[in-house]
Design a protein. Structure first.
Length: 627
């Protein structure tokens, strides 16, 4: 009994320490003064940002927070591992800091008597490449994200915290951001004060080679395309290319009928060096594309739905976002339960707006949709055990780490799976109203409200259902929940649109473009594999012929039917096996073993395509037509 009492006392003491160590919760109180963030971004050779944060403070305990839960990432992925060299001072004297043992994003100090502010200095040691994360600084450009380069006080809601930021750039570099410039002194830029949550929502691109394009000439609310590149030649855009981007602005205005920004800046990096990104913000977006985005227009089309996607997020995801994503600061956990609307409908509109504006052709859009539909027809065996709703947890579960069998484990399928759900909603709305109303009407009613307002307007599942019912009365709650929580097909929207998914032995241009980007071949719907040009298996479809023969990602195909591996050799073998009933024989390396694997597959090449259903209206043509 004495031992039990001793253990209980120890547990109570530990519990008391945990309570004592807890970070102060955010309160809706005013914070005196202005948080000043100064960043020196000149060390491009070593990719180091030097940060100085000056916080108004009063004597007593103070907790400094490094942002953890990042909007747009939907996850606790703040790069705390890259913070180094932290020194905290008051009145020029160093203060001892301790990291909260239960919250590694929180740093605790005691502010001495007589001090009215605290200065925290550190280095943000950005990625050098490889497995360290996304590269944000190169010899030609950089991407400054204020959440990674700041600290802020605990105990206050971030909308109540005023901040002023400045950055010192490499000599002669240009910059673009949604922030408004107060002044520029040489290579140091000082921005006007703004709420801290809006500062974090206003990243900066800077670089040697820069061009700005006006996408809405003469408008009272400017929209600008700010392009940075590895070299000057990538900045040359033809008039018809710019016209498609200008049409995007007008098409999205016609869709929503309201704006939720006072100006908008696309930040676009055309680069093979800076890490890839597509991240939404209220008045801007961070984007990257291939260096040939303009100069190899016909080849680079596959990624041109990125700008429509991120622009759409200004309405869906930033102005209106799920209530459980609307947190009081960046260290309160977010809930991702409504990402099937936040990202799923944005994925839907991103592609629709790409074709309405002319960034994509109708054929490119149709072929891309066929690929998405095939994913949820044959390419997601994981739907047998997981639901689309459950994948909204993936930003926290996987945080976009590589997965062994992604098609079976699934990850963030609320994007494209959500797109398929909304395509079916589109068809149902048209059917219920005799083709008089569509998802355009829902979009305008739900997102196109309160023109000029860019404060957060949160929504719930019930709000979604209520608005759908205002467009066309129906049991929308059951309709959505059956698709979000069930294990059935997500391709019903195709039939409603007058199209069916079929498989042929000829790859579409969309398949070819994906294979070029992946530097490999995609035989997902035949053998069940994706393989690089060097023979590495990057994906093996669960329960496919390849899987059942024992193949797995990470293996390398050395030979096909006795011939040295090449993509075309493997495709030819699949084609030949359709009439030759002998199995396809692969020589495969796994670790230090080389084995022979036989695949008894005779179905030929299988690539997705959309085929019109005779005698039905073409609702896709109506959906994709420019407004």
């Amino acid at each position: 009994m004495k031992m039990r009492a001793t253990v209980l006392s120890a547990l109570l003491a530990l519990s008391a320490n945990v309570v004592q160590a807890q970070t102060p919760p955010p309160q809706d109180v005013a914070w005196p003064g202005v948080l000043r963030i100064e960043v020196d971004a000149r060390d491009i050779g070593r990719r180091i940002f030097k940060v100085k944060a000056t916080l108004p403070a009063k004597p007593g305990p103070l907790t400094l927070l490094y942002p953890q839960w990042l909007p747009g990432a939907h996850s606790p992925s703040g790069p705390i591992d890259k913070l180094a060299g932290l020194v905290v001072t008051a009145n020029g004297k160093p203060l001892q800091w301790t990291r909260d043992p239960y919250d590694v994003y929180a740093f605790k100090v005691d502010v001495p008597e007589g001090a009215s502010e605290v200065v925290a200095q550190f280095e943000f040691l950005s990625s050098q490449g490889g497995s360290q994360g996304r590269v944000v600084m190169t010899p030609e450009m950089l991407n400054l994200q204020w959440n990674a380069n700041s600290l802020y006080p605990a105990g206050v809601i971030t909308r109540n915290l005023q901040a002023q930021a400045s950055v010192t750039l490499p000599k002669g570099w240009n910059y673009a951001t949604a922030l408004e410039t107060e002044r520029r002194d040489g290579d140091t830029v000082v921005f006007k004060p703004i709420r801290y949550d809006h500062l974090v929502d206003s990243p900066l691109f800077a670089g040697r080679y820069y061009q700005q394009f006006d996408l809405d000439p003469g408008a009272k609310v400017p929209v600008r395309l700010n392009v940075f590149a590895d070299d000057a030649k990538s900045l040359v855009a033809k008039p018809e290319q710019l016209q498609a981007h200008r049409a995007l602005v007008q098409q999205i205005y016609k869709l929503y009928g309201a704006r939720h920004f006072d100006h908008y800046d696309f930040l676009l990096a055309l680069t093979s060096k800076l890490g890839g990104i597509g991240l939404e913000h209220q008045r801007s977006s961070e984007n990257s594309a291939e260096p040939g985005y303009f100069t190899e227009w016909d080849k680079s089309w596959l990624g041109r739905d990125l700008l429509p996607h991120e622009f759409n997020h200004s309405w869906n995801g930033k102005y209106r976002r799920g209530a459980d994503l609307t947190t009081p600061n960046f260290n309160v956990p977010m809930g991702d339960s409504l990402l099937w609307l936040y990202e799923g409908q944005t994925q839907f509109w991103g592609q629709v707006l790409a074709v309405r504006s002319g960034l994509w052709t109708v054929q490119q859009t149709r072929e891309t949709l066929a690929n998405v539909a095939a994913t949820y027809d044959r390419g997601r065996p994981g739907l047998a055990w997981r639901t689309l709703q459950d994948t909204t947890n993936d930003p926290t579960i996987a945080q976009r780490r590589a997965l062994a069998f992604r098609n079976y484990q699934m990850s963030e399928d609320y994007y494209s799976g959500g797109q398929m759900v909304w395509l079916e909603v589109e068809g149902k709305l048209r059917a219920l109203t005799g083709n008089k109303r569509s998802l355009d009407d829902f979009a305008k009613a739900f997102f196109g409200i309160n023109d000029g307002d860019w404060n957060v307007n949160p929504y719930t599942f019930d709000d979604v259902v209520r608005t759908l019912n205002s467009v066309a009365p129906f049991d929308w709650a059951s309709f959505l929940r059956e698709r979000l929580d069930g294990h059935g097909s997500l391709t019903g929207g195709l039939d409603a649109a007058g199209w069916r998914l079929v498989y042929t032995d000829t790859p579409s241009d969309a398949v070819k473009a994906q294979e070029t980007r992946a530097a490999g071949i995609n035989l997902t719907y035949s053998l069940g594999v994706s393989v690089t040009n060097s023979g590495a298996l990057t994906d093996v479809l669960w329960d496919s012929p390849a899987f059942n023969a024992g193949l797995a990602p990470g293996m390398t195909v050395l030979a096909v039917n006795g011939q040295v591996f090449k993509g075309d050799v493997l495709k030819d073998a699949v084609t030949a096996a359709k009439t030759d009933k002998a199995p396809i024989t692969l020589l495969v390396r796994s670790f230090d073993r080389i084995d022979t694997v036989s695949l008894d597959y005779h179905g030929g090449l299988q690539y997705p395509s959309l085929q019109r259903i005779a005698g039905t209206p073409d609702r896709l043509a109506e959906l994709w037509k420019a407004r």
